[in-house]
Structure formats: C-alpha cells, structure tokens
Design a protein around this ligand. Structure first.
Ligand SMILES: [Zn+2]
Ligand SMILES: [Zn+2]
Length: 340
C-alpha cells in the first residue's frame, strides 16, 4: 500500500522501471534533459510508451453524466446540474465542429524536442470563431443558468467583443485579475467555450505528437494548469496517476505521492471529507504539500470507476474549504469556477 492508502501498482509494460519503497515505478524521466536526442524524438513521435492521454471524443458528455449523478442529493445540486447542462452543450458544439487540422509536423517536432506545448494557450491568438462558440453556449445554457448568471447571460450579446476577448485572454493566461462582477459572471461561459476549442484541437493530435516524459506541472499539449489528478484503471494502466488539463482535457502521467506543482516528495499528506459514516466522497482526496503549501486533488477511479477529475472536483468544493482551513491553497484550476 502506498502512503495515500491506495494500492500502488506498476502498469503492464513498465515492470522494468526502478521502484520506490512503496513499489511504485519511479519516473525515469525525472532526470531527463529537456532536449531530446533524435532517437528519443523518433520513439516519442511513434506514440510508443507515451505518458500522455488525449481527450476522449465524448469527454464533455461523460462529464455531464457524472455531474448529473453527483448532483443527486448534493447540497450544491442546482449548481452541479447547471454545470451538467453546460458540459452537455459543450459536447453538442464539439460534435458540430468539423475536425480541426493538426499542427504541421515541423512545429510538432520542434515542440517535442524542446518540451513545448504545441497548442500553447498563453500566447496563441484566439481562434477566429471563439465568440460564436461563446454565444452558442450561452444560448444553450441560458434557460438553466442560476439566478446570478442569468442576467450576465442575457446581456452577453450587448457586451463589446473586446471585453469578451479580455476575459478569454485572462483565462488563457491563468491571470487571476478578474475582479469586475460582469467579467466574473461571464468567465465560466468563456472558459467553457475555450475548452471546446482547445479540446477540438487536442483531438486532432496523436499521443506521440506531445512532448512526453517531462512530468511537468503544466499540460504538455497546451501549457495550462491541471484541474486535478486522476488515478485510472483499465487500459490506461491500473493505478496510474495522471494530471488532467483544465483547458484541453489532455492528461499526463504524474508520480503518486509527489506534489504536481513543485515536484516535492517529502511530507506529502492527504485530506478528505469525513462524514458520520466514513468518507463523504471517498473517491476524492486532497494531496497537500508542505513545501509549496499547494494542494491538488486526487480523484480515484479505483474507488469509483465513474469518477471524473473535472466533475468530482466541482462536487467537492467543501474539501477546498478544509484545505484552506489547514493552511494550503488550491492548486487545481476549474474553469467553471471563478471567485471574486
Ligand atoms: Zn491542455
Ligand atoms: Zn509542492
């Protein structure tokens, strides 16, 4: 058993890796240089042994289904149901889009060599149709929006495009400077629109297109922060942990019992929501790091095979309060969630 109480297993095909005392395969990438040799790039380009997972084509529909399940009997049930509607609308828009063109191979090669995200969110121009996606999402979600959001959704078309763009830029840059109430109200919709666009682009990639093996704190596809991490089961390698991107839904391998933001492995501890009859939401724990004082959630499919990093994160905001009270800050970023 590992320190987080979850059995540590080595995925098939990774038995040759060095292990730590818990028997978990140690990352052989940790000491890797950021510059890869041509041979390594060739292996990476083949997708063989890739440590990254591209999003599923039905990622938003799966998320919506999970949110609906989590909403039942939940204190924040209305909010979770709205999030489910928004996720379902995201799936509809994603399905309607023609497949995105993959980036050119020379660019992908350079990104793999230097460990750069090919779909960089920070500096990239906004896709030309991004506002159309935003307005379409707003139209779908408006009838179900909570009271606080209803007015902002209603006024959306009257808001100048430049202001929408400023919100989108702030989200892509992970700039937490949104303070204006209207911008805050618009942020989840803008975030949802950007997720559709970046997930569509990620779906045009092959796993081997992404820089692999850096075990970074940011997404290898788009450079965004993770929403949470997930311990997967099945074909992804049983018990293997991945960080899930808050923007494009790609996942990258991260070692267990290791802080994702700062890579520290000492003094890692776990918090969960205790109820009268044991853990209230047993599939979710918050991993806390004494080094950077950050905390990223771990969502375990071993505990609940239907768990989803994004949805289960939204349903466990009470755990974030516990984390805050214990003196840690939330490291995960959820684009449906913006606080003044
Ligand atoms: Zn990403
Ligand atoms: Zn840390």
């Amino acid at each position: 058993m590992s320190a987080d109480g979850l059995p540590a297993r080595v995925p098939a095909g990774r038995q040759d890796l060095p292990r730590n005392r818990a028997g978990e395969a140690l990352s052989f990438w940790t000491d890797m240089q950021k510059l890869l040799s041509p041979e390594e790039i060739a292996v990476s380009a083949s997708g063989e042994g890739s440590t990254n997972r591209l999003p599923a084509a039905r990622v938003f529909a799966d998320r919506a289904a999970r949110l609906r399940t989590l909403a039942e009997g939940h204190a924040m049930g209305d909010f979770l149901l709205f999030a489910a509607r928004l996720a379902q609308a995201q799936q509809t828009l994603l399905d309607r889009r023609p497949p995105a063109a993959p980036p050119d191979s020379a660019w992908l090669g350079r990104c793999r060599q230097h460990g750069m995200p090919p779909l960089d969110a920070q500096g990239a121009p906004l896709p030309a149709d991004w506002r159309d996606v935003l307005l379409a999402l707003a139209a779908e979600a408006a009838p179900h929006a909570p009271a606080g959001l209803q007015q902002a959704v209603g006024e959306l078309r009257a808001v100048p495009a430049a202001r929408h763009e400023a919100v989108a830029r702030a989200i892509l840059r992970a700039d937490e400077q949104l303070a204006d109430p209207l911008e805050l109200a618009l942020a989840p919709l803008a975030g949802a629109a950007l997720q559709v666009l970046w997930t569509a682009r990620a779906l045009a990639l092959q796993p081997g297109d992404l820089p692999a093996g850096f075990e970074d704190s940011l997404c290898p596809a788009c450079g965004s922060h993770p929403v949470a991490s997930i311990v997967r089961i099945g074909d992804a390698g049983h018990g293997v942990r991945y960080a899930t991107c808050s923007l494009c839904a790609c996942e990258w391998h991260v070692t267990r019992i290791k802080c994702v933001p700062c890579h520290n492995t000492r003094g890692i501890a776990y918090l969960n929501l205790e109820g009268g009859a044991g853990a209230l939401h047993p599939a979710v724990k918050a991993e806390t790091c004494p080094e950077c004082r950050g905390s990223l959630k771990i969502v375990s499919m071993e505990k609940d095979p239907m768990a989803d990093a994004f949805a289960d994160d939204l349903a466990t905001l009470a755990l974030d309060m516990l984390v805050d009270e214990a003196g840690f800050h939330r490291a995960g970023r959820n684009l449906f969630l913006f606080m003044p």
